[in-house]
Design a protein around this ligand. Structure first.
Ligand code: APR
Length: 312
């Protein structure tokens, strides 16, 4: 008899709650929502609230809220949102010192209790947090990834679809690089069902869309006073589902660079095939000279972040 998978969500805040609901509703597995002892009630409450929706919406999942890492034992997937989100005016990098300490303790809990898990990190600044997670757990590099490209591409797709008044489902987009101001939306790979977007939208408008995509997270922070949580959760769920169901989807994510794109030893947004083996393959796409230069610059920004993290 196939057993239900187990998905551990570390952090039961805005994104964690959304993730719990999606895992349950999509029947990806049973859910363990973990938070700090002070917030254990919130974790338990969110688990109970979603579990009570099972009867109305007709899905089967067990959900548990806890502050005890022992409860994540045997998890197939761990999705990490532990940390503090951005407040207005804060950059993702401002979060570095606070969230680094948190990630180190979370990584220890995952290492001790869920050594076989596929780990998806969402906490910001993403590229440094996912690097630290891999370093502290010592897990295989292809079993630890960061969620960014899926979200950044989804924002890009939304803006293109909105501009053209077409279904978002028809729009393909690829965003590479670090999950910050240096991200690289690649217009050459943006199509509407195969039609290059440059044939459909003027360069001036595309430039504005690229700029808005890059600032997409900040736009939401300014509107809501905290960072986005619906689309970020959806991005991580797409990655978790691709792993759990061996879908082998091609999704841009913060993945390890072992020579890909001429980069070594960091995590940065690249197109990756995610299947039952974790990141099964990095796809190196051809880039224009401009895109290459932007990616190099983005990698420098990530290295700068890692150097700062090293000192903390
Ligand atoms: N272990 C588990 N949970 C923790 C820990 C820890 N050591 N430290 C903090 N948390 C919890 C907080 O108590 C809080 O409930 O992480 C949760 C974060 O939730 P929110 O504050 O609602 O933040 P959210 O919007 O979910 O974003 C989380 O993702 O996109 C990034 O920038 C964002 O870094 C932020 C993260």
């Amino acid at each position: 008899m196939p057993q239900r998978k187990k998905v551990a969500l570390i952090g039961a805040g805005n994104i964690g709650g959304e993730l719990a609901s999606l895992v349950a509703r999509r029947q990806l597995g049973d859910v363990i929502l973990v938070d700090i002892p002070d917030k254990e009630g919130v974790a338990k409450g969110k688990a109970l609230d979603i579990a009570q929706a099972c009867a109305l919406d007709g899905f089967d999942a067990k959900l548990k809220g806890t502050s005890n890492y022992a409860d994540i034992k045997g998890a197939d997937v761990c999705i990490v949102t532990a940390g503090v989100p951005r407040k207005p005016g804060m950059s993702r990098d401002d979060l570095l010192s606070i969230n680094l300490k948190i990630i180190r303790s979370v990584a220890k809990g995952i290492k001790e209790n869920a050594p076989g898990a596929f780990v998806i990190v969402i906490s910001n600044p993403l590229d440094a947090m996912v690097y630290e997670m891999q370093k502290v757990t010592g897990f295989k590099r292809n079993k630890v990834v960061g969620m960014a490209g899926a979200l950044d591409a989804a924002r890009f797709q939304h803006f293109i679809a909105d501009e053209l008044n077409v279904s978002t489902k028809e729009v393909n987009a690829l965003v590479l690089g670090g999950h910050g101001d240096s991200m690289v939306p690649t217009l050459s790979y943006c199509t509407v069902n195969g039609v290059p977007v440059r044939q459909l939208i003027s360069q001036e408008k595309l430039d504005a869309i690229v700029a808005r995509t890059k600032a997409g997270g900040g736009e939401l922070v300014a509107l809501m006073g905290t960072s986005a949580y619906v689309a970020p959760a959806a991005g991580a769920i797409a990655m978790a589902a691709s792993f759990l169901l061996d879908q082998k989807r091609l999704i841009a994510c913060a993945a390890p660079t072992d020579g890909s794109y001429g980069l070594e030893g960091i995590y940065i947004g690249q197109p990756a095939i995610i299947g039952a083996g974790g990141v099964e393959k990095i796809i190196e796409v051809e880039l224009s000279a401009d895109e290459k230069a932007l990616l190099k610059k983005s990698a420098e920004a990530v290295r700068g972040l890692l150097a700062d993290a090293e000192k903390l």
